[in-house]
Write a protein that binds this ligand. Structure first.
Ligand SMILES: [Fe+2]
Length: 244
């Protein structure tokens, strides 16, 4: 069995920053400690590591926290991140002269795909790379990306900040009818699982604050923080969200 913990939407800001009494650095440290206690083989940070824009100091601070727990981890950029700065900090010398941070990793017999949707879309180059990777996978396709690629009824987030290529992405997946796509995302700041065609998307809550999905204006749903556990065997995928 492969046990993964997904932590997302950290929204770390300058040292000492707080919003509504929420300290995003303290929140992240708490969630990381709790996730680590489950002894996962892998931790994924699914984007929006930074609160507003990508920042080297913040990425180095997060790297320090992650290196200290001594569990393998990968991170992908969200719309508030800078993919180039993340490459510099987390993947030094791995993605020379690339503008997008996408890659695949073989982990305990599973191909885990990590995409870059930080611009709200994916380049033609990223789609054609993904096409080659998915074509070579015999089993379920596991993708980590920041933005959900199917509608999830998020009344504030979707009209303003949704992935811009939902139709294109869904057509891409539909071309692989023999495969199931299991897609793990953040971005909307609440927990929801939705399915369409051969795509199941698992949206995970933020370690910062949760956004109400039923109001068009920005409204905090609650400030409980959590992370997602994903347990993969050859026969099944079991996933659940734990709140602290
Ligand atoms: Fe976010």
């Amino acid at each position: 069995m492969l046990n993964i913990c997904l932590i997302t939407d950290l929204h770390i800001d300058a040292l000492g920053y707080s919003f509504n009494g929420i300290d995003p650095r303290a929140n992240f440290v708490k969630v990381l400690k709790e996730a680590t206690s489950k002894s996962p083989e892998l931790i994924v940070l699914a984007g929006d590591l930074c609160n507003k824009v990508g920042d080297l100091e913040i990425y180095y601070w997060i790297k320090d926290q992650m290196d200290a727990v001594n569990i393998p981890y990968y991170c992908i950029p969200g719309n508030h991140d800078d993919a180039s700065l993340m490459m510099e900090v987390f993947y030094k010398d791995t993605f020379v002269s690339r503008s997008e941070l996408f890659f695949v990793k073989e982990f305990h017999g599973h191909s885990l795909i990590f995409l870059d949707t930080s611009q709200g879309n994916m380049s033609t180059e990223q789609y054609s790379w993904l096409n080659k990777i998915v074509s070579a996978i015999q089993k379920d396709v596991f993708i980590f990306m920041h933005h959900p690629p199917i509608l999830a009824i998020a009344k504030h987030m979707e009209p303003n900040y949704a992935f811009q290529q939902m139709e294109e992405f869904q057509s891409f997946c539909a071309a692989f009818q023999d495969k199931s796509f299991r897609i793990f995302t953040g971005h909307y700041h609440f927990e929801r699982s939705i399915a369409k065609g051969n795509i199941t998307t698992y949206i995970s809550p933020s370690t910062y604050l949760q956004i109400h999905p039923d109001y068009e204006e920005f409204k905090i749903l609650h400030d409980r923080i959590g992370y997602r556990e994903i347990k993969v065997t050859d026969q099944s995928v079991v996933t659940n969200v734990n709140y602290l």
